[in-house]
Design a binder for this molecule. Structure first.
Ligand SMILES: *[C@@H]1O[C@H](CO)[C@@H](O)[C@H](O)[C@H]1NC(C)=O
Length: 223
């Protein structure tokens, strides 16, 4: 078997020979027609054939792998293109100022932007528009401080398409300041609108300490 393999390796290297101890230099047999010989008895041909089969397998595997790779690249690009995360605070002013109370419900317009990846949060409207369908994490924290002798009323709703997904409510005469938070994960369709609604009669107060924050991010895309 070793001799046959050697024959294979030397196939194509015509004229090569080596000195065998105590023998005359003999030219190697011509092996160029080795595969035309009786194939059943030709180990070399078997090896060659197996190599050819192996090559075909490798070619197929490589093309399959590059298809899988391309698929992965496309998926990754889609994920990159649909990255969505925003986080905002009501204000960044050096002194505390309050928003509200109003006689009607009003959207809270968060002005201090920590991040707005994908640009789907609008500071002009206070609305985050889901860029694509998926599971989104949403979080809101509100804070209010009342002047002594006045009633504290800090309340807001986290709205998804106008419906309250969570409501934060602090309304009592026990203390002058309070805060509350809500964190939810919801399924949103592309184009869904998320905002924080200041409930009529309520107010929120903020400064550069960012007591009021509104955050959302795409957890998993579902299309
Ligand atoms: C926010 O306020 C802090 C403290 O006053 C200040 O250092 C920072 O530059 C402000 N950031 C922006 C974006 O205005």
């Amino acid at each position: 078997m070793r001799a046959i393999v050697l024959l294979c390796l030397l196939h194509g290297a015509h004229g090569y020979s080596w000195d065998a101890p105590g023998t005359n230099v003999q030219p190697l047999p011509d092996t160029s027609n080795v595969c035309l010989l009786d194939q059943a008895s030709c180990g070399c041909c078997v090896i060659q054939k197996q190599l050819q089969v192996l090559e075909r397998y490798i070619d197929v595997d490589i093309s399959e792998m590059s298809a899988v790779l391309n698929n992965a690249k496309t998926t990754l690009n889609n994920i990159r293109a649909s990255r969505s995360a925003f986080s905002v605070a009501l204000s960044n002013s050096s002194s505390v100022s309050c928003y509200g109370p109003f006689a009607v419900n009003k959207p809270v317009l968060y002005q201090h932007v920590f991040i707005n990846l994908g640009g789907s949060y609008s500071a002009a409207t206070g609305v985050f528009t889901a860029p694509r369908s998926g599971a989104y994490g949403l979080a809101v924290t509100i804070y209010g401080v009342a002047a002594p002798g006045t009633a504290l009323s800090t309340c807001a709703s986290l709205l998804v398409n106008g419906q309250a997904a969570a409501t934060l409510f602090e309304q009592n005469g026990q203390d002058l300041e309070d805060s509350s938070s809500a964190v939810v994960t919801v399924k949103l369709k592309a184009g869904a609108q998320v905002s924080v609604n200041l409930i009529k009669g309520c107010f929120v107060c903020d400064d550069y300490n960012h007591y009021n924050t509104f955050t959302g991010f795409l957890l998993y895309a579902t299309d």
